[in-house]
Every structure is written in C-alpha cells, then in structure tokens.
Design a protein. Structure first.
Length: 440
C-alpha cells in the first residue's frame, strides 16, 4: 500500500493539486479587453499564463526540446481548445465572453473531470470562480480582488476551517510576481516578464532542521532578446544553477529534494525539470481515474519520501514513501498488447537476462510457456516458450547481463500477458510500493 507522506501539519497535507494549476498553468479568470471572440492566436506555446489569460512563449509546431510538456491551441470563435503535448491526454475548453473567460472545462482521455465557472462585476472584473467535477468532488470556491485595470491582485480560497490559500500578485511595468501562501506560509513564487513569459519559479519547502530558513528549489527560464526560450536551469536546495535535463536520471536526487516539492505546489513537468527522469514511472487508469506516480529511488528509501503522486492532469497531490522492484522487460523493445489497464516503467540494476539475443528481461519476470508461466531465470536453453500466435518454440541461448541500470517496462492487460517481439510475457499485477526490496 502507498503510505501518505507524514506532513507536520494539516495545512501541508490539505494542499490540493488544483492550486498549482492556478498559479502557472490554469485559467485564473483575469479580465481581458472587450472581445467577443478568443483574444489570441492559435499555435504552439510553452504554457498557459493565467495572469495574462493567454498562452505564452510561442514555439515551433514541434514544441521545444528544453521542456517535457508544452501546449497547442486551436481557436474556434469564442472557444479556445488547449491540448497538452506530447501526451495529448489532457485538454481544456475555455469559452470567452466580452470581458474574458466565462467557463472552462477540463478533459482527460476525452472525459470531463472539472468544470469551472467565472462570475464578473459590472466592469467585467472577475470576482468569483467555482469549480466542480471528479477532480473537485466537494467543489471549489475562489474569491478575487482586482485593480482598476481588472488585473487580479489577490485570489483566496479556504482549504479548511482554519487554513487559507492566498495568491498575491504584484504588477509592475517590467514584470509580474505572484506569491502563493498556504496557512500564511509561502509555498511558491513565480515571476513573468511584461509579455507574460515565465522567467522563474521558486518552490518553498518546510523550515530547515535547526530553525533555519525554509528550503527551496528554483527553475530559471533563460531567454534571448526576443523572449525566446534558450535554456532552462535548476537550483536545488541553494546549490548553484545547472541545466534542467528532464530526460536523464540525476543520481544526486535525495528524499530531501522531494520533501521540498511535497510541501509546495508543483506540476509534474516542473518536478521533471527539477529532479530529472524518475527511476519508476507509473501511469494507471484513464479519465478521472488516471493515477500518476513517479518514484525517484533506485531501490528503497525506507521511511523517507521517494514518490510524488499526481492527479489525472499531472498536478501534484502528495508525497509518499515506498519503492517498486523488478518485474519488467527492457523498455526500448517493441511490444504489443490489447486492452491495456496500466503501465509501469522501472529503472533497475542487475538481474537482467538476454534470451536468444533478443529479449532483455528481469529474471523475476515470467514468460508464457506451453505448461504455464515460468520465471525467466528458471528457464534453460531448449525449454519451450510461446509466441504471440500461440505456437511453441525452443529457447536457444540465455545470457546474464552486466549489473547496470536499465529502464524496464511492465504492461498490465485484461488478458494477463503482452507480446515483446516473438515472446509472450506475463502481465505482472501491480502490488504497489513495498517497504523493502528482495535481494537481486
């Protein structure tokens, strides 16, 4: 079973993932010039800028190799269709009136999971937003304060009877700074330029042991003179800046790095930029039932945060303790399955075998044979296994591989198996994180 991260206060545990979306990547309901139609152009962009109520950072149609996620925007009269790339599983439909957004619908795998509605005063300034749906079963209520130009300067909601989430925004001629506070404690700070392009994000954790200042991580988006993104840098726990490489593992990541994010408001794409490629990626279910979990431990970090969990749209929900071990085939190999119910990706050292020079698999993963499933490390040359057409064939060679990390895959299917090349392997049921890993 996944164990919830043991936060020191109810306020920290009560932080809902919806807060992160409203800081950087969601519709904040700010006032717009009077337009009867969507007031921006279709195209490919870095992200959605809530404070400017528009997409920001134009990109080539192929996106950016510097970012793990970006958006494409289609415009249809008074409605904007926003799709999150490259997965394309999360979509928004934002409908506009003369003064700005009227409502926003969020879809995951084409199933609606959230519906937000905006209320405006006689000047068209947003005063209230309500949200309901599968991702907000109890409903959400946000109240706003705006300046004379209709720009949001404060947004608040009650997390519980004693805890307020408050976003404070400072507008100047050169930049915009937004600070998110939970129960009076700063948890996130973002800065944009005057054109709505994100310049930096700071994620504030809990107070350091011994009474020092709160620990924090930073992302910096470096831009050229025209505002185009040229580099993304990260700085963790006060360290100097380094390149944010989301596609590679970072062996220096520790539980304390996750603890900072577990206390703040963060999106999955931002966690990837800060922490690098997770050791284990679990993406299970569809629609509102989709569950995303990233584990950053290669092995087990007992009694320490090693996993970050996200909602169906990729917004952080909680930190967790645990680990996942074994049961996978090398992820680079071609595979096929019908009626997929879940996917897990694991980085694992040791225990890898190569069968017939083709199939790379952990020894504890089972293959389908004429007499039933058998562990790969229990097979010998000459033993029979099944191909995807149900025909048996004899294994020729089995080779133990070097003790080095490899990214592996397990696919859960309704049939209980999936094909990897000419082999059929068992769809190992996901038993959840464990508190210790078996010897390898």
């Amino acid at each position: 079973m996944l164990e919830p991260r043991r936060d020191p206060s109810l306020a920290e545990r009560a932080l809902l993932s919806f807060a992160a979306a409203l800081v950087v990547c969601a519709t904040g309901g700010l006032a717009l010039p009077a337009h009867a139609q969507v007031p921006f152009a279709a195209g490919t962009y870095e992200r959605w800028s809530s404070l400017f109520e528009a997409p920001s950072g134009p990109l080539p149609s192929s996106g950016s190799p510097l970012l793990p996620e970006w958006i494409t925007v289609e415009v249809h009269a008074s409605t904007a269709h926003v799709t999150f790339e490259p997965e394309r599983r999360v979509e928004w439909r934002i409908r506009y009136g003369p003064s700005g957004a009227i409502d926003k619908r969020v879809f995951v795998d084409r199933a609606e999971v959230l519906h937000a509605r905006y209320e405006r005063d006689a000047q068209g300034h947003v005063v209230r937003k309500t949200a309901s749906g599968a991702l907000a079963p109890g409903g959400l209520l946000y109240t706003y304060q705006t300046d004379a130009q209709g720009r949001v300067v404060v947004r608040e909601r009650a997390i519980d009877a004693s805890t307020i989430e408050r976003l404070e925004v400072r507008w100047t001629a050169t930049d915009v700074v937004a600070v998110l506070r939970i129960g009076g404690h700063e948890r996130r700070r973002d800065r944009w330029d005057a054109a709505g392009r994100l310049l930096s994000s700071t994620f504030v954790g809990l107070q350091a042991i011994g009474g020092g200042p709160p620990q924090q991580h930073e992302l910096h988006y470096r831009r050229d003179g025209a505002g185009a993104l040229v580099a993304v840098e990260r700085a963790r726990l006060g360290q100097g800046p380094s390149t944010a490489t989301f596609a590679q593992r970072d062996a220096s990541v520790h539980a304390r790095d996750l603890d900072v994010l577990a206390a703040s408001a963060v999106e999955r794409s931002e966690a990837r930029l800060l922490l690098g490629l997770p050791a284990t990626i679990a993406d299970r279910g569809r629609g509102a039932a989709r569950e995303l979990t990233d584990s950053f431990s290669d092995g087990c970090w007992l009694n320490e945060t090693s996993l970050l969990a996200y909602d169906a749209t990729g917004l952080y929900t909680q930190g967790q303790e645990g680990c996942i071990c074994g049961l996978c085939v090398e992820a680079s190999q071609p595979w096929h399955a019908d009626r997929i119910e879940g996917l897990e990706l694991h980085v694992r050292r040791g225990g890898w075998l190569r069968i017939d020079g083709e199939l790379v698999i952990t020894g504890d993963h089972e293959l389908v044979t004429p007499t039933g499933p058998r562990r790969a490390d229990a097979l010998l040359p000459g033993d029979l296994v099944m191909d995807p057409d149900g025909r048996p064939f004899a294994i020729r060679t089995i080779e133990a591989l070097a003790d080095e990390p490899r990214l592996g895959r397990n696919v859960e299917t309704a049939e209980g198996s999936f094909a990897v090349g000419r082999f059929v392997v068992v769809s190992e049921p996901y038993a959840g994180p464990q508190t210790s890993c078996p010897p390898r």
